[in-house]
Design a protein around this ligand. Structure first.
Ligand code: GDD
Length: 332
């Protein structure tokens, strides 16, 4: 059988690297673009275990002509648009860059897709951050919940989400949105709250650091595992028709509860070591997320394998092992 060809933007990120592994295990040929970074080592370290079936090149969502020529050359069967300025708080500091990349960048790749390979299938990394202030009466967010974003990041994601639906309807393209709730792993950047908490708690446990400084402990998130969520991306593109799906666990915990779990596991006192720092608060906070993934469960047969406890335990083990094996990297 002819190999399927996938093109992934944002391939060097948490989701991109897990997705590449997942697709290669299904015998896809995978192409990805990475942005030029002054520290070369940072560009590929999540991908270093992948030896075969992967081809990387430089590219950027803001450079449409290079996207077009790449798509013309690769002729992918599936396009996964995961590239973004993905940090919500940072989007308040650099709103213009965030909106250019996360909104106009999506316009650019949709145009290249429509013009160069319209028979391909397109996945857009939409986000639960789009719901913002909006929750259904029963306490869940789902595909029909109104979108009321509370950050430049969320506003840009809503723009892109609508654009994908518009291109699907106007040009009969197979373009789908995965509306993914928070998903974590040891590959998460350590400026996102779960990996920051776990890494810092392990450092405190090992005597490498005194305190954990965080912002709002009272916001609620629905945390899943990135490995489960990249499988949903692939299922979405292999469904018989293009559509939009919420991907979530259906459980919600506060940041404070998540910290309690990690500190208890490591036998650490939260009162002694956790300090609140205003710099980690956002001008407007998304207070509560809890996703209803019934549609994906029913139509795609998707369900998460990881529980919250399994995710956090895996991250704790990762950082304990990391410092055990890299005794010279105490400042890392
Ligand atoms: N990052 C961070 N750092 N967040 C903190 C901290 C801290 O020190 N202290 C409290 N928080 C709170 C934030 O205010 C937010 O309510 C929550 O922890 C989660 O923050 P993040 O882990 O940064 O994730 P996010 O929810 O803002 O965004 C992530 O999920 C979205 C899906 O809803 C990102 O992955 C987005 O790219 C993604 O779209």
């Amino acid at each position: 059988m002819k190999k399927k060809i996938a093109f992934i933007t944002g391939i060097a990120g948490q989701d991109g690297s897990y997705l590449a592994e997942c697709l290669i295990s299904k015998n896809y040929k995978v192409y990805g673009i990475v942005r030029r970074n002054s520290v070369v080592e940072h560009q590929k370290n999540r991908l270093e275990n992948i030896k075969h079936g992967l081809e990387l090149t430089y590219g950027d969502l803001l450079n449409e002509s290079s996207l077009s020529s790449l798509l013309r050359k690769i002729k992918p069967s599936e396009i996964y648009n995961l590239a973004a300025q993905s940090h919500v708080r940072i989007s308040f500091d650099i709103p213009e860059f965030t909106i250019k990349t996360n909104a106009i960048g999506v316009l650019n790749i949709l145009q290249a897709y429509k013009n160069e390979c319209p028979k391909s299938k397109f996945y857009q990394a939409s986000s639960s951050e789009m719901f913002g202030r909006s929750v259904d009466k029963d306490g869940y967010q789902r595909e029909k919940t109104p979108l009321e974003p509370t950050s430049p990041y969320g506003c840009a994601k809503v723009f892109a989400y609508n654009l994908v639906k518009h291109y699907r309807n106007a040009y009969k393209l197979f373009a789908s949105n995965g509306i993914l709730f928070n998903h974590e792993s040891e590959r998460r950047g350590t400026n996102f709250v779960t990996n920051k908490v776990v890494k810092t708690a392990v450092r405190i446990k090992l005597g490498l650091q005194k305190n954990l400084e965080v912002g709002n402990l009272n916001s609620y998130r629905d945390w899943g595992h990135a490995k489960d969520y990249v499988k949903a991306m692939n299922l979405i593109l292999n469904h018989k028709k293009p559509d939009d799906f919420v991907i979530a666990t259906g459980q919600s915990r506060s940041v404070g509860q998540m910290i309690n779990y990690v500190f208890k596991k490591l036998n650490l006192s939260k009162n002694k070591h956790v300090k609140i720092n205003q710099k980690y608060f956002r001008p407007e906070e998304l207070k509560y997320l809890r996703g209803d993934a019934s549609k994906a469960r029913k139509i795609l047969g998707w369900k998460p394998q990881y529980t919250f406890e399994m995710i956090m335990d895996e991250m704790i083990d990762f950082w304990l092992n990391f410092y055990e094996q890299n005794k010279n990297l105490k400042d890392y």
